[in-house]
Design a protein around this ligand. Structure first.
Ligand SMILES: *Cc1c(COP(=O)(O)O)cnc(C)c1O
Length: 359
């Protein structure tokens, strides 16, 4: 008798999230996890490792609230935005009864977290232009307690029309929480919905230090929401979610110098993105480079699998997206250093030469 049979049914049937790290690969140019390409230099200053940390470290909360332009009571800090995603499901969706809704193609963790919690996943495909299909969402809201919208969307890179977001918030009033995942919002700060919190008690914004702040290894994220929503999440979160070293580094990253540094990183990545977008548009074998408001580009190739394999063989790891609805032939490429962007373009050029020789 296998202990496999002791596991919860939904866990036995679960397909775990295929993170870039789990997928692995061997290379030296990592363009598959939307990380910042260079490690920032931080030093630990905390010493009190004999003590439990604060549940919600006051300085981190204060600094993030100031940075995001909200009140302290409107911020929760978590072990990455991924913990925030699961906390919202555990707080608002009753297993086997309530549902959560999201709009593929989008970030994979919404589905995985719901599955882990035994909560129904309601999928309403995005329209061809990757905007919200509001009539279809309206038709599918029965029992839905939580709607995830990724803005800008991962992996497509587009922003969601703010008028549609308003309509979604109106449509879900008193029925469901709308969680807007703003993991990449630093690359398009004007698009944040944080300023809408005072209008909508059922709005939550997810944030992270993993992308523009260059701290994916730190595991630090935030939920912005009104006091009532945050208080509910605080009932569910672990007693000590943030290790002392994480709070220490996060405090430094959110200092005024830390924020200046982040903004420099953002503008540098945006410059490389514009260069890479141009360069890719001139590569043979590239069908389309989608516009992006983030630190990655979604690219449709005529022969994506061969391109993926050819890049891997050259030590360049990108992320395959062909399994997502509507994304056949698409690879997602993180914007790296200028050198890494150049290596990618060079490798694509030789890929075409190799292809032509074969033909
Ligand atoms: C990277 C990412 C996250 C996860 O962020 P962490 O803080 O590293 O857990 C959440 N949402 C989206 C859309 C992401 O791309």
């Amino acid at each position: 008798m296998s202990i496999e049979n002791l596991a919860r049914t939904n866990v036995r049937e679960l397909t775990p999230y295929q993170s870039a790290r789990r997928l692995g690969g061997s290379g030296d140019v990592w363009l598959n996890a939307n990380e910042y390409p260079i490690a920032p230099a931080f030093q630990l200053t905390a010493q009190t490792f004999n003590r439990y940390p604060e549940c919600q470290p006051a300085q981190v909360i204060e600094r993030y609230a100031a940075y995001a332009g909200v009140k302290k009571e409107q911020v929760l800090v978590s072990r990455g935005a991924d913990e925030g995603i699961e906390l919202l499901i555990r707080t608002f969706c009753q297993p086997s009864k309530d549902a959560m809704l999201f709009c593929p193609p989008t970030y994979g963790m919404y589905a995985v977290s719901a599955e882990t919690c035994g909560v129904e996943r309601r999928m309403v495909a995005a329209k061809q232009d990757w905007q919200l299909d509001l009539p279809a969402i309206a038709d599918n809201l029965d029992n839905v307690k939580l709607v995830y919208v990724c803005n800008p969307n991962n992996p497509t890179g587009n922003l969601i029309d703010p008028d549609d977001l308003r309509r979604l918030l109106e449509m879900t009033k008193g029925k469901a929480i709308v969680a807007v995942d703003e993991a990449y919002i630093e690359f398009c700060p004007q698009a944040s919905l944080a300023g809408w919190l005072s209008d909508y008690p059922h709005l939550a914004c997810l944030r992270t230090l993993s992308k523009a702040f260059a701290l994916a290894g730190l595991r630090c994220g935030f939920v912005l929401g009104n006091e009532t929503l945050i208080a509910l999440l605080l009932k569910v979160i672990a007693p000590y979610p943030l290790p002392t070293p994480v709070a220490d580094i996060a405090t430094q990253a959110l200092s005024s110098e830390g924020i200046v540094l982040m903004r420099q990183q953002v503008s540098e990545i945006a410059t490389h993105r514009r260069w890479l977008q141009q360069a890719l548009q001139n590569c043979a074998g590239v069908e389309q480079v989608f516009t992006s408001d983030s630190n990655y580009l979604l690219v449709r190739f005529t022969a994506a699998r061969q391109v993926f394999n050819h890049l891997s063989a050259q030590g360049i790891i990108v992320r395959n997206q062909h399994q997502q609805p509507g994304l056949s032939g698409c690879l997602r490429i993180t914007i790296g250093t200028r050198d890494e962007c150049q290596r990618l373009v060079d490798a694509l050029t030789t890929a075409n030469e190799t292809c032509q020789e074969r033909m």
